[in-house]
Design a protein around this ligand. Sequence first.
Ligand code: ARG
Length: 472
Amino acid sequence: MKLWAGRFAKETDSLVNDFHSSISFDQRLYREDIAGSIAHAAMLRRIGVLSPEEESLIHSGLEQIQADATAGRVAWTEDAEDIHMNIEKLLTDRIGDAGKKLHTGRSRNDQVALDLRLYLRREIDIIAALLTELTESMLSLAQRHVLTWMPGYTHLQKAQPVSFGHHLTAYTQMFSRDLDRLADARRRLNVSPLGSGALAGTPYGLDRAGVAAELGFTGTTLNSMDGVSDRDFAVEFLAAAALLMMHLSRLCEEIILWSTNEFGFITLDDAYATGSSIMPQKKNPDVAELVRGKTGRVYGNLIGLLTVLKGLPLAYNKDMQEDKESVFDTVDTLQKCLMVMRPMLETMTVNEAVMSQGARQGFTNATDLADYLVEKGIPFRSAHEIIGKLVLFCAQEGRALENLTLDELRQASPVFDDEVYGQISVEACVRKRNLLGGPNPEQVDRSIALTRVFLKEISGRFAAAKMVEDNP
Ligand code: ARG
């Protein structure tokens, strides 16, 4: 019999049972649901709604259910609709009447909001730890390659030389912002909705703050209708996840490009590439392609939830049950992608000679040649024109700017001098860009050091929050 059967004269149609039940996916929330119930029951005892005996029966009954569920010994039933009623029903079956008092002063509406917040809080910590490890690993890789010259691109056309270390630390900046966003989302979700009831609170004199503190929250929601209908925290997580996936996807796109025969900048380890069923020679970057591809579903999850929420009147509506699969799928996808990215990067071979050869081609030093003329007093726009003509000449002749003779250079402008050659080597071009955020090796070292400081700080932030939660 359904826990809410009292008002109904008929059984639910079996199609409807299957259609509206969420137990197939929300069983994932059993630990959060039980933690919330244990804290709620303890508070009900404190305010005199439950006797100490009842509360202790509930507490130990819930702990047993948790142990059984963890061991896979619980048969969840569609008939009990969702995780909340499954657990309540199991409890009542096991401990009798005391179990029927657990739902006093509570609704599944505030219960599910609580469960999802607790769940995300834990999963965000796992994601942040994985992202921190990936970022640290990329910093070490960058550190080894501050002197590995490579072409920097705009429009995917060679532009100016940088180093592979500089290129990688661009990504560690993105990941630092992602970590900051995750920490931010976590901080904002960390308030307890319990006590909001179905939508209008409850008359039992609940100790909302006490329950919140016991569950490690930093506060409580402040409007009962908002408490049950707010899913901003889930949207914020999905948005941070979408942005992070976009960064991973861009990196993967580069890995795919770099591993082509045309680029040849890197070689993926055999353990992180796959073959073809027909073409014997193939070694494909499937892992990177899949991360790029999975970005689509994470975006979809964000747009999906935003769309579910956009037309909902206050307060709870069953539409909101659709939040969970978006969140679960995003958590799973993100964790898997982060786990596979790090070893893929750590095991790839960086073909330094190919990279630096590439940096010498395509007139990547043309800007520096123009800058040289500027130093000699020629206005930049005129210098641009002069060097543009030299580039055209070299392109026609199949030569490089640094191979022009001094005579040839002087025909373009009389101010050229012998020392020009020292200023347009790849190394000189990179070293000259010695400013904060630039590719000069010392600047890249500095950026790596600063990012390491940031990672320490943000890991500390996560650890401190968790420490408070674990010892409320
Ligand atoms: N399974 C529901 C959900 O995921 C729990 C809340 C149901 N509340 C209700 N009044 N039907 O949203």
